[in-house]
Design a protein around this ligand. Structure first.
Ligand SMILES: Nc1nc2c(c(=O)[nH]1)N[C@H]1C(S)=C(S)[C@@H](COP(=O)(O)OP(=O)(O)OC[C@H]3O[C@@H](n4cnc5c(=O)[nH]c(N)nc54)[C@H](O)[C@@H]3O)O[C@H]1N2
Ligand SMILES: Nc1nc2c(c(=O)[nH]1)N[C@H]1C(S)=C(S)[C@@H](COP(=O)(O)OP(=O)(O)OC[C@H]3O[C@@H](n4cnc5c(=O)[nH]c(N)nc54)[C@H](O)[C@@H]3O)O[C@H]1N2
Ligand code: SF4
Ligand SMILES: [Mo]
Length: 678
């Protein structure tokens, strides 16, 4: 092999464990991947690459990888025929034309965002706007409800992990765990070494709890109650920062009387904590300055009460004057971005039409009613990611055409696709990612394997086939990226300037969010009392809603483990190093609940409720409290149990551009031991 054939390329890991994005270096020889490792020079990850990041080397040359387009003529069979791209695209265009634009839906998941999300999201929206088809906001399955809550208060931005390590004296990991943001971990450790106190508030004893001085285990969905009681203590004991409250908040008087009934004794009944624990946590938070809250990104906001939690918690740094100071405010979380990216579609009006809102039950209904006939799924295993998957399955069954673009077969494709298209992997594309502090170029390192194609090329070809002119007026993706990056926060970076800088550049943003005390609300202040909430029919002040009564006794909750990224790579099974760690779904259950059902550790169980059932193994552990069961997401079948009910509706759905709808992923369940089959 000649030296000219060998190169080292700097890029980023394809998974989006935001706020953790890890740098990667790949060694390429003779056009093939030779090795892959963490990038020591990456200022965010400093060489770290977790087991999933390392496992991505197994994507290339993998016998399970999709390498050419396939069509099947009968969904009831597993008989696929290899076709050319032209035939696949023709097949799709014909059915799209006969359905008409409004009966076509476009939806992308993280598989579409592996080389960065902005390009795919913006091109998908552009296609939908120009063609007049259905398209929904990606935050709908993810951080939509949490974003809505912090959005009402006006607290979207976060301080950096570096600021936390250097300056925070108290860190509250509120529904945040390090398995989902490993790069935060060493900054927590550094802060602790400096003497900072760390408190974890979670529904299970997590990896983060092991790094904390105190762990408060609460009932799923009871965070808003806890936050209201913390406010009660702060207000009644006059622990608030009067000057900050006076200058930078709206509605303190109303809030003060509103929180009076929400005593620690009341919150104890909601959360399962002791009254004294709640009061002492409130006093510690209010009297330690600076104190930073790392608010969970999405798992704690998954149920109907999730946005109330985000809203109530985001009031706390304002009451205590923690916003806008080093070591204070809110800390790194999924969904909080520092850089501003340009929207290629700004000013582009959607043609008038009958659009299905960003709301899962509406999408399920449109599928079932035949209003939505064609679904193009770009890097998503929809049966795994959508709540109430039973309704989604019912709807998918009624469609005329389902297309899946993926690296591997996935369960949605197996059950419902008519066409599967082989996607390129991130090393075969040009892309970029942004963290809270840096902008990173992702250089193309490899030739495309087989006949794989990137999503933007698929959209471009489809646009031509269905007659959408001017969809892609750029000469290359490099131009698209340059246009998106053209903002002061990136220093107007370009692919060229990133290359010249060696692959990454610092962002032009402060490590301390809201240092200017100008908040993201209509008044520019933190809105305890929110006129815009009132306008869309929501309570003007933060509230807590009780869990709805259910005959099923156990609350099902979720989160991530270090060894899975949602349902990536056919639920982990296509990559040997991940398959080893993800053998079967496991449900964490307390010894008390297990014993009451005569279930032992490792037993095969059924988890069930009024919507469906799901098979798993019991993991009996003191890490969850009685009444609570916990499973990582990303197993197809899990969402057969979740509600899928609409949480926000009407004008509230479109109040913010960054957060939309999202339905209720809450579930109450019962479990039973499965009899061994004869
Ligand atoms: N019950 C429950 N449900 C949840 C959650 C939960 O906590 N609990 N979490 C929710 C959240 S936060 C999210 S973000 C969603 C995630 O939902 P999605 O983002 O839709 O993720 P996946 O379902 O894993 O589907 C991604 C697919 O992309 C494929 N893929 C991987 N790399 C590539 C690539 O380079 N190109 C292409 N074309 N495809 C690729 C993967 O193999 C996989 O099949 O799930 C949500 N669903
Ligand atoms: N390893 C890994 N990392 C990931 C991902 C992945 O699939 N795998 N996905 C990425 C994506 S798309 C997202 S959206 C983020 C999610 O970001 P987060 O939601 O911040 O991360 P999770 O680890 O899912 O959840 C954090 C903690 O919330 C706890 N939790 C669940 N319900 C409640 C509740 O009601 N109250 C409280 N207080 N805590 C609760 C969970 O037990 C968990 O320990 O993670 C990202 N990072
Ligand atoms: S934590 Fe792992 S999967 Fe996530 S970005 Fe880093 S290396 Fe990739
Ligand atoms: Mo997510």
């Amino acid at each position: 092999m000649s030296a000219v054939d060998a190169k080292i390329v700097r890029t980023m890991c394809p998974m989006n464990c935001h706020p953790t994005f890890c740098g990667m270096q790949v060694e390429v020889e003779g056009g093939r991947l030779k090795s892959l490792s963490g990038d020591k020079d990456n200022p965010d990850s400093a060489g770290f690459l977790c087991v999933r990041g390392r496992a991505t080397a197994e994507i290339f040359g993998n016998s399970k990888r999709l390498l050419y387009p396939q069509i099947r003529d009968d969904r009831r069979t597993d008989t696929w025929r290899r076709v050319s791209w032209d035939e696949a695209l023709d097949f799709m265009a014909k059915r799209m034309r006969s359905a008409g634009p409004e009966a076509v839906g476009l939806w992308a998941g993280h598989g579409g965002f592996t080389a960065g999300s902005a390009m795919t999201v913006q091109l998908m929206q552009r296609f939908a706007n120009m063609y007049g088809c259905q398209n929904w906001h990606p935050a709908m399955v993810c951080w939509g409800l949490g974003g809505f809550g912090v959005g009402l208060s006006g607290a979207l931005k976060v301080n950096t992990k570096e600021d936390m390590a250097e300056n925070s004296r108290m860190i509250v990991l509120w529904g945040a765990n390090i398995a989902s943001q490993p790069n935060t971990a060493r900054y927590i450790v550094a802060a602790r070494r400096r003497g900072a106190k760390v408190v974890a508030i979670d529904v299970r004893r997590t990896e983060a709890a092991a790094q904390s001085d105190e762990a408060l285990l609460i009932r799923p969905g009871s965070d808003a109650a806890l936050a209201l009681a913390v406010m009660h203590v702060i207000v009644t004991e006059k622990l608030y920062d009067a000057a900050f409250v006076e200058a930078h908040t709206v509605g303190f008087e109303e809030l003060s009387s509103h929180v009076l009934p929400f005593t620690p004794a009341w919150a104890a009944t909601q959360t399962g904590l002791e009254e004294g624990q709640i009061a002492s946590f409130a006093r510690a938070y209010a009297s330690t300055r600076p104190a930073m809250i790392l608010l969970g990104g999405s798992s704690m906001h998954k149920s109907a009460n999730g946005w109330n939690a985000a809203r109530a918690i985001s009031c706390l740094p304002a009451l205590t004057g923690n916003f806008g100071i080093a070591g204070g405010g809110l800390g790194p979380r999924h969904g909080a971005h520092s850089a501003t990216l340009r929207n290629l579609n700004a000013g582009m009006a959607r043609p008038p039409g009958n659009y299905v809102p960003d709301q899962m039950p509406d999408i399920a209904k449109a599928l079932s009613d035949g209003r939505l006939k064609v679904l193009l799924l770009l890097g998503t295993n929809m049966l795994s990611s959508f709540a109430d998957a039973g309704q989604i399955s019912h709807g998918l069954d009624k469609t005329d055409l389902v297309v899946c673009v993926d690296l591997f077969m996935n369960e949605t494709a197996r059950r419902f696709a008519d066409v599967v298209l082989p996607g390129t992997a991130w090393l075969e594309e040009l892309g970029f990612k942004v963290t809270n502090t840096h902008l990173y170029l992702m250089e193309r390192a490899l030739e495309r394997e087989g006949e794989t194609r990137p999503i933007h090329e698929i959209l471009k070809s489809l646009a031509e086939s269905v007659g959408v002119a001017d969809f892609f007026p750029w000469a290359s993706m490099e131009e698209v990226i340059d246009a998106i990056l053209n903002d002061a926060t990136t220093g107007h970076a370009t692919v060229g300037s990133l290359r010249a800088a060696g692959g990454f550049l610092p962002l032009n943003v402060s490590a301390i969010a809201y240092a200017d005390r100008k908040f993201d609300s209509p008044s520019g202040k933190i809105e305890f009392s929110s006129p815009q909430a009132a306008r869309v029919g929501l309570p003007p002040l933060p509230v807590h809603s009780d869990n709805q009564a259910s005959p099923y006794p156990l609350s099902l909750s979720f989160g991530r483990t270090l060894t899975h990224f949602h349902a990536f790579y056919d639920e982990g099974q296509a990559l040997p190093s991940l398959a080893k760690h993800n053998v079967a779904p496991q449900l964490l259950i307390s010894p008390v609940d297990a014993e009451a059902r005569q279930v032992a550790n490792g037993d095969a169980i059924r988890i069930y409720n009024e919507r469906g059932e799901f098979a798993a193994k019991a993991c009996v552990t003191g890490d969850v409290k009685p009444g609570v069961v916990w499973m990582r997401d990303g197993w197809v079948g899990l969402n057969h149990l979740t509600s899928g009910g609409a949480v926000l509706s009407g004008d509230a759905l479109s109040l913010f551009h960054f957060s939309v709808g999202q339905s209720d992923y809450g579930a109450r369940v019962e479990i039973a031991r499965r009899q061994a089959s004869p």
